[in-house]
Design a protein around this ligand. Structure first.
Ligand code: PGA
Length: 252
């Protein structure tokens, strides 16, 4: 099965209103009607509404970086629900980014709840998994990634992966300039796909699995050439239009 590539930009807590507008304008100029790949922007919550307006009429999709694990409405000060994100035109939402797991203590169970909340709201969750440097050096890469993926399969069921994306992001490669080699990444991507295939081969063959961690214009093409790498989740390089467009072009 040919899977459409997804090139997602995770802006994290970066950029001002004016900078966001400039970045979106430059990206719009560089993205035409591509069949092979979809560009997705995940700005901070407060800019979602503006970015949605600036993207009108383009082929670029909008997503959020996180969401509440609660569905519906309620007294949850500071939280943003999946339904609100959907209301603003988001199609995707990142869940379980390693920064959320490490800095905000999000457990596998919380990540699984967010994944389910996203789907209940009609959003496509981009589930992030990946090992730390210590886990890799201790030979625990496989076990870590399997545990993170299994927690969501157990909670949501394998069928839920028919409308989801997984992003493999080795923590040691995020923001460090130290990218996994295409072979290192492919090994884990293939493992993830095999895990899903054990339960449902059709869902596994349609599941987009992105690589994240210091993706740049210079290394994107070799990563995307691997059989099980279907695009990228890009942090730092997604804030620089020329760089992000180069990555996008590597995907088309
Ligand atoms: P990076 O971040 O591209 O800056 O390494 C990727 C991510 O955290 O999603």
């Amino acid at each position: 099965m040919t899977r459409k590539r997804l090139i997602a930009g995770n802006w994290k807590m970066h950029g001002s209103f004016a900078e966001s507008r400039q970045l979106v304008a430059a990206l719009r100029d560089g993205v035409g009607a591509e069949d092979r790949a979809l560009m997705l922007l995940c700005p901070p919550y407060v800019y979602l509404n503006a970015v949605r307006d600036w993207l009108q009429g383009s082929n670029i999709a909008l997503g959020a970086q996180d969401l509440s694990d609660r569905s519906g409405t309620g007294a949850f000060t500071g939280e943003v629900s999946g339904a609100m994100l959907r209301d603003l035109g988001c199609t995707h939402v990142i869940v379980g980014h390693s920064e959320r797991r490490a800095l905000y203590d999000e457990s596998d169970a919380v990540v699984a709840s967010k994944f389910k909340a996203a789907q209940q709201a009609g959003l496509i969750p981009v589930l992030c998994v990946g090992e730390t440097l210590e886990q890799r050096e201790a030979g625990h890469t496989q076990a870590t990634v399997q545990r993170q993926v299994a927690a969501v399969i157990d909670a949501a069921g394998v069928a839920a992966f028919g409308k989801a994306v997984i992003a493999y992001e080795p923590v040691w490669a995020i923001g460090t300039g130290r990218t996994a080699t295409p072979e290192q990444a492919e090994e884990v991507h293939a493992l993830i796909r095999a895990m899903i295939a054990e339960r449902d081969a059709t869902i596994a063959s349609g599941l987009p699995i992105l690589y994240g961690g210091s993706v740049k214009g210079a290394n994107a093409r070799s990563l995307f050439a691997m059989k099980d790498i279907d695009g990228g989740l890009v942090g730092g390089a997604s804030l620089v239009a020329t760089e992000f467009l180069e990555i996008f072009r590597a995907g088309i």
